[in-house]
Design a protein around this ligand. Structure first.
Ligand SMILES: *Cc1c(COP(=O)(O)O)cnc(C)c1O
Length: 470
């Protein structure tokens, strides 16, 4: 491709993205294609000769776009958000253009140093005390895995890295903790059966006394407790584990405390929501995802650790070909995570924080919380619905309940959710809470406003009337 062609297509694509942002409401939120439909449109063998960008772009529109679910749509209420922003997209574009790889400081000093500074901005923005150091991981799953590995090494005097697994270690997380904890426990070699799922209370938050009991049982049985993963904002219901009592237990028992605040951490941008991280100073590590609810396009996960030496010691490698003359003076971020090569993700994050300012980001979060509270109030005011979790942040969990038995209610609510999503302008997903099929409505898209939430509620109530009448 000639540079002039790149220039022309580049302008055209940025225009296309700007139009996409402007016209996104014209698309149904969730892709309507069936399994295999996209694959059937793409040749099974690669082209022998290069093709023109115009041709590729036509195929992007014809083949790819129908198979896209529109995460940036203001009617996206599914899962959790993964919102982006013009500032973030532009930062990503420049990073792609530079094609710099920040595995060690010397391979692009700006990539490492900007990451250090912007991560410290983030630390201040969510009210974490000084003394936590930040690093960008690809995802919360990876950050949690890295913390589990550091916890494993600390609990075994850094011996597992040398000799392999021998000590029977145990990990603790609530029964509502994210599946990435299970995955991390499997990958890190703890063994799934050594993950204790601690019971939760009426608000789906971990019960500290139950944690204490599990620790005592395991010690009695000769296991070595290594790590507790507490969740701030569980995926199913937004539950907030009490960090302070959990942290005090960890202190007493010498356990690594990792806090998974992947989604809800962004809410701590607001001084009035900082209580969700009360006790976080007792943690050894914490993760939250700017790529969920902080306008930074995927991927960008903020991982904070109190003792980076433990993390680095668990993950470092020093082959000759990666040594440089300044290793003693700088951070080589390859040792802060799993992979060697590192994208320059700090650039888009820097653009986002500067482009919006802390106040701009706070205003967005505050508005989302206001909108979610509206939905919660509407659920509570309509006798056909039942609120199934407290809805303290941007997530509302509810179902239809007309008093039929639980199995029939689950069936009814499945039909209800299908009806809601069939309409097109909104997309909601589900979970189960204590066996109850639960509809989740998560507010967090950049452009979601009161108009969209009211529109969603009209669709929800119309679908409710239809399935209750059927
Ligand atoms: C979304 C989420 C995760 C996983 O995040 P990734 O960045 O996709 O790995 C983990 N924990 C919680 C609580 C989440 O909400």
């Amino acid at each position: 491709m000639k540079n002039d062609d790149f220039r022309r297509s580049g302008h055209q694509f940025v225009d296309w993205i700007a139009d996409y942002f402007e016209n996104i409401e014209k698309y149904p939120v969730r892709s309507r294609v069936g399994p295999g439909e996209i694959k059937a449109l793409v040749p099974a063998v690669p082209p022998a000769r290069g093709e023109a960008m115009d041709v590729l772009f036509r195929d992007f529109e014809r083949i790819v776009m129908p198979g896209i679910s529109h995460w940036q749509h203001p009617g996206w209420f599914a899962y959790f958000p993964a919102n982006n922003s013009p500032a973030s997209v532009l930062g990503e574009l420049l990073a792609a253009g530079l094609g710099a790889q920040g595995m060690v400081w010397e391979t692009s000093p700006a990539a490492t140093e900007l990451e250090e500074v912007v991560m410290d901005w983030l630390r201040q923005m969510i009210g974490l005390p000084a003394g936590f150091s930040g690093v960008i991981q690809d995802t919360a799953s990876t950050a949690t895995l890295c913390s589990l590995l550091a916890a494993r090494e600390r609990a075994t005097g850094f011996e597992t890295n040398e000799s392999g697994f021998s000590a029977p270690l145990a990990v603790y997380a609530s029964e509502e903790a994210h599946s990435s904890v299970v995955k991390g426990v499997k990958i890190a070699g703890f063994g799934r059966k050594n993950l204790r799922r601690i019971p939760t209370d009426g608000r789906f938050a971990l019960v500290p006394e139950k944690l204490e009991e599990a620790l005592a049982r395991d010690r009695e049985a000769g296991l070595v407790p290594a790590c507790v993963v507490a969740t701030v904002g569980t995926t199913s219901s937004g539950a907030i584990d009490p960090l302070r009592p959990v942290g005090e237990i960890c202190r007493r028992h010498g356990l690594w405390l990792h806090v998974d605040a992947a989604w809800a951490g962004t809410a701590a941008l607001l001084p009035e929501k900082r209580w969700i991280l009360d006790g976080a100073e007792l943690a050894d590590s914490l993760v939250f995802n700017p790529h969920k609810w902080m306008l930074t396009n995927f991927d960008c996960s903020a991982h904070f650790v109190k003792d980076p030496a433990a993390l680095v010691r668990a993950l470092e490698v020093h082959p000759e070909y990666l040594r440089t003359g300044v290793d003693a003076k700088v951070r080589n971020l390859r040792d802060w995570g799993i992979q060697l090569g590192r994208r320059f993700r700090a650039l888009k994050l820097w653009f986002v924080v500067r482009g919006y300012g802390v106040e701009g980001l706070q205003a967005m979060v505050r508005e989302h919380l206001r909108l979610a509270a509206l939905v919660r109030d509407w659920v509570e005011a309509d006798a056909r619905f039942e609120l199934l979790a407290p809805a303290e942040l941007g997530l509302v969990c509810f179902r239809l309940n007309d008093g039929r038995d639980e199995d029939a209610l689950n069936e009814l609510n499945k039909r209800f959710l299908d009806r809601v999503n069939a309409a097109g302008p909104v997309y909601l997903t589900h979970t189960t809470l204590r066996g109850k099929f639960t509809v989740r409505l998560a507010v967090g898209q950049r452009t979601t406003g009161e108009r969209h939430v009211r529109g969603a509620w009209d669709i929800v109530t119309a679908a409710a009337a239809e399935v209750l009448a059927a």
